[in-house]
Write a protein that binds this ligand. Structure first.
Ligand code: F6P
Length: 367
């Protein structure tokens, strides 16, 4: 039997609805090429670097029906990686070592000719560095935060917005019943896409996002206007990375080995306490949506986009367009250099139409 060429696919960084739809599309598109087969590395590059290796052959059977499932059948990690592999020392402390050379040797042993890395900014950064060292890699962007530039949107984002909007809708009825202020915290470390979108879709009164530092007095004034105006209740959406004017994000260090991000979450409690100081007579409750926004079935839109991305990724491999990342630039699915995709961050622009629309329908950004 003729030895088939092998492409290796992996998912890295935080999970995101639609990852399985990408994996399925990659396997299905590659199946059209008789001389190629697809391997999957478990937990990003960890599968290749583990002993024994955790690398699986992906075929029609393994990917059948997975497009409707959240998470990733290949598992994922946002710790470590080939450039900073954590190694425990005899005294219990940890150091990191560079295992790139070993990674290349192992990939050669596996007969891998190309790698498809599905991930966010961190994974794309690793992919770019490996590409510069000679790895034949293409990238597929994923993030619920929608914070990657070069692509109009990433899959997973719309699903997260649906979940957050559904939460706003549910909070409205309980807020109205009790005449309360409901503060809902959405994900979004540096970009407020999810929070702002859910605020517009759900008709919130206040949307506080990282890109627009807020003034607590203005937030309080908006809430009082709502309550005194006869509504009696108010809905505030706040992104986890939002901050007060002149203030910092609420974050703490993680004690997980190899995890370098700051742990966000909890800014809504600070907001609640500060509002109480200005309007002592309000009743308020906090809901932090957290990882709920990353779970469950992807929306049809995200499945379609994820499928388009998977197909395009295989085509980039076949065309040997390495160092490129799949991107959606309406109406086309194209590719852009990974390097340029990670050089810029996709912030919500304060003068964008979405922000203007929010303001026009009476949503306060607290500025
Ligand atoms: O990058 C997406 C994101 O959902 C952020 O909004 C959030 O802060 C982060 O991931 C949390 O990820 P994890 O808990 O998996 O490290």
């Amino acid at each position: 039997m003729v030895q088939k060429k092998r492409m290796l696919v992996m998912t890295g960084g935080g999970d995101c609805p639609g990852l399985n739809a990408v994996i399925r599309a990659i396997v299905k598109r590659a199946k059209l090429e008789e001389n190629w087969e697809v391997l999957g590395s478990i937990e990003a590059f960890n599968g290749v670097l583990s002993d024994p290796m955790e690398v699986v052959l992906l075929n029609g059977k393994t990917v059948s029906g997975i497009h409707i499932r959240g998470g990733t059948i290949l598992k994922t990690t946002n710790k470590g990686g080939p450039f900073a592999w954590p190694v425990e020392q005899p005294d219990g402390s940890w150091i990191t070592v560079d295992r790139c050379d070993e990674l290349f040797e192992r990939l050669e042993k596996l007969g891998v000719e190309a790698v498809i890395s599905i991930g966010g900014e961190g994974s794309m950064d690793i992919a770019q560095r490996l590409y510069e060292k000679g790895l034949k890699v293409v990238g597929v962007p994923k993030t619920i935060d929608n914070d990657l530039s070069s692509t109009d949107v990433t899959f997973g984002f719309q699903t997260a917005v649906e979940i957050a909007t559904d939460a706003v809708d549910k909070l409205v009825t309980t807020a109205a019943s009790h005449n309360r202020v409901m503060i809902m915290e959405a994900m979004g470390r540096d970009a407020g896409w999810i929070g702002l979108s859910a605020a517009v879709a759900g008709g919130a009164d206040v949307a506080l996002i990282p890109e627009v530092p807020y003034d607590i007095e203005k937030v309080a004034a908006k809430i009082q206007e709502r309550i005194q105006g006869g509504k009696g209740f108010a809905i505030v959406v706040i992104s986890e990375g939002a901050k007060q004017k002149g203030g910092d994000v609420i974050a703490r260090e993680s004690d997980e080995v190899g995890y370098h991000n700051k742990l966000l979450g909890g800014v809504s409690h600070q907001l609640q306490a500060n509002l109480k100081k200005i309007i002592p007579n309000i009743d308020s409750r906090v809901v932090i949506l957290g990882h709920l926004q990353r779970g469950g079935t992807p929306t049809a839109y995200d499945r379609i986009l994820a499928t388009q991305f998977g197909v395009k990724a295989v085509e980039l491999v076949l065309e040997e367009k390495f160092g490129e990342m799949v991107a959606y630039q309406k109406p086309d699915v194209i590719s852009v250099p990974i390097k340029s995709a990670i050089s810029e961050y996709n912030y919500v622009k304060p003068d964008s139409n979405l922000v203007q629309t929010a303001r026009s329908v009476g949503i306060s950004l607290g500025d």
